[in-house]
Design a protein around this ligand. Structure first.
Ligand code: G4P
Length: 533
């Protein structure tokens, strides 16, 4: 097959949802269709349900599960599908953000009873940053949920995206009859079943009296009225609007009953984009370019503490990746050969000889690779769009065993390279502060430092509101600012300058006093923009 054919065969995507909306269930059903697993229950949930249970056993278990289900590749109707897992627990939101940099599209699961929840809103913001195409799957139609039109309005309002239903539910909850596919013009009748998949009934005309026979007169009347309203209110589905992230097509179903999932998958492979061009520091790179390029979006370290093995997850962006070839590690400006590379097919890992744009490859690494690193065949470009975000919670690292200072430093460095949290080193006094999205990460760090590096730490809470990356066009003004705010200046892992703001009001005041300094809540920014207002 040619490079172009390989690219057109690939769909790389992630499923995102608020915990409990049905992400794991939907994943499992999709894998069943792909023949990647034989029975339900094979995909272990990568979520941490109960905060109180988050002891070290749990943390280790989660790590084990999440490496096994990080990437699930399967074939369906001649299409190679790569499904990237994202942690559901909000404390690992940063992991989710990074994983989303490696996908070409997203399926968002929404619970029809709960509607759009907080985590969904946050995840959508990330999709919008990169104009990632989104398909919504409204789940749990076998329960009494909200009115479907209200749900659509809620999505448009809370997620700031236009929607276009491609299927429509006939009743809901106990009286749920099925869905009408507005895209295929067919009817699917609902029978609760965890394994069976119902055949669709082709309908040429929505006024066909046969519908009344299938779903009852009242439901048929309601369906016709709803369809008329939809066709009147929503403009025709335009695949380009979906692919540019402006419109989200919406499907209804019940994942646990395997209902509406096949329609979703069938439409997904038709409309979801195959690998697209991506921005780098130098130019846009098209997947069809003959020369290989790719970037690292995730690192998993020390699965076995006795062997310091790390797996770096590489997303292939252009050309063909070949095992054993020499590639330029752009940040370090040196050539590396990966003789040990893994493909992820469902839950098996197998050695990979070659991989194509859209594919994810696991590279065994001894410490050269960091999240965001780019590999090429020689060109000095770096993929962009993999920023660090300002954390929410900050704590100072207190070393409780001075004899193990070296181990602590090494451990901290490696955990930060893995992206567990962010480390900020203060200019004054050599203080080290860790920033995270949630409290759970501190438990993970403390446990892993002890277990993997034999270092003992405690954490002292810090009164910090945000970490702001700073820039200025005027070096003189920057120098003045750094002098004046010395006690609040730190460096991030890449030695970039960061201002640690104690409160929102104070940050505002500092901004007013230093108009020539730009403040940013993410580590990637346009020099002249002041992203914090
Ligand atoms: P998540 O990964 O998004 O967190 O959600 P998950 O798939 O684990 O689903 C959360 C709960 O919702 C599960 O129940 C699951 O069975 C249920 N669920 C998923 N799809 C549907 C659906 O279409 N209808 C209904 N009624 N329920 C659905 P649980 O009790 O938390 O776990 P389990 O014991 O059933 O596994």
């Amino acid at each position: 097959m040619t490079l172009e054919q390989e690219i057109s065969k690939r769909r790389t995507f992630g499923i995102i949802s608020h915990p409990d909306a049905g992400k794991t269930t939907l994943t499992e059903k999709l894998l069943l269709f792909g023949g990647a697993i034989q029975k339900a229950g094979a995909v272990k949930s990568s979520k941490i349900k109960d905060h109180a249970r988050s002891d070290w056993m749990e943390i280790e278990k989660q790590r084990g599960i999440s490496v096994a289900t990080s990437v699930m590749g399967f074939n369906y109707e001649g299409i190679k599908i790569n499904l990237l897992d994202t942690p559901g627990h909000q404390d690992f939101a940063e992991d989710t953000y990074r994983t989303l940099t490696a996908v070409d599209s997203v399926i968002m699961v929404i619970d029809c009873v709960k509607g759009v929840e907080m985590q969904t809103e946050k995840l959508m913001e990330v999709c919008r940053m990169r104009n990632t195409p989104v398909i919504c799957f409204i789940n749990k139609l076998d329960r009494e949920g909200q009115d479907p039109f209200d749900l659509l309005d809620e999505i448009e309002e809370k997620l700031s995206i236009k929607v276009r239903p491609l299927s429509w539910p006939i009743s809901m909850g106990k009286t749920f009859k099925g869905v009408y596919s507005l895209y295929e013009k067919s009817l699917k009748l609902f029978t609760p079943s965890k394994t069976k998949v119902e055949e669709a009934i082709e309908i040429d005309d929505i006024n066909d009296p046969a519908i009344d026979g299938y779903v009852g007169e009242n439901n048929a009347r309601q369906l016709r009225a709803d369809v008329e309203l939809i066709e009147g209110v929503y403009s025709d589905f335009d695949i380009n609007e979906y692919r540019s992230g402006e419109v989200a097509p919406v499907f209804f179903g019940s994942a646990v009953n395997n209902f509406g999932v096949k329609e979703l998958l069938d439409t997904f492979i038709k409309i979801a984009p195959n690998p697209m061009p991506r921005e780098t520091t130098v130019r846009e790179v098209a997947p069809e370019e003959k020369k290989f390029t790719g970037f690292i979006f995730k690192i998993h370290a020390n699965m076995d503490p006795k062997h310091r093995n790390r797996i770096a997850f590489l997303r292939v962006c252009s050309g063909k990746f070949e095992r054993g070839a020499n590639y330029l590690h752009v940040r370090q400006d040196k050539n590396i050969r990966f003789s040990n590379a893994t493909a992820f097919m469902a839950q098996d890992r197998e050695t990979v000889e070659e991989a194509w744009p859209g594919d994810i490859v696991g590279l065994y690494d001894t410490g050269n690779l960091k999240i965001g690193d780019t590999l090429t065949e020689g060109e000095k470009l770096m993929y962009t769009g993999i920023p660090s975000f300002s954390p929410e919670i900050f704590k100072e690292v207190i070393n409780k065993d001075a004899m193990k200072t070296k181990q602590l430093e090494k451990g901290l460095l490696q955990l930060m390279e893995e992206g567990v949290a962010q480390l900020f080193s203060y200019q004054l006094g050599n203080r080290k502060v860790i920033g995270t999205v949630g409290v759970l990460q501190f438990e993970v760090i403390q446990f892993r430092l002890k277990n993997e590096y034999n270092a003992t730490v405690e954490f002292a809470p810090q009164n910090i509101y945000k970490a702001c990356w700073i820039s200025s066009k005027d070096p003189q003004k920057m120098e003045e600012f750094l002098q004046s705010k010395q006690r609040h200046i730190a460096r991030d892992k890449d030695d970039r300058l960061v201002f640690m703001a104690e409160s929102k009001a104070w940050l505002q005041m500092v901004q007013d006093n230093f108009p020539e300094i730009n403040f940013h809540f993410t580590s990637e920014f346009k020099e002249n923009e002041n992203a914090v207002s």
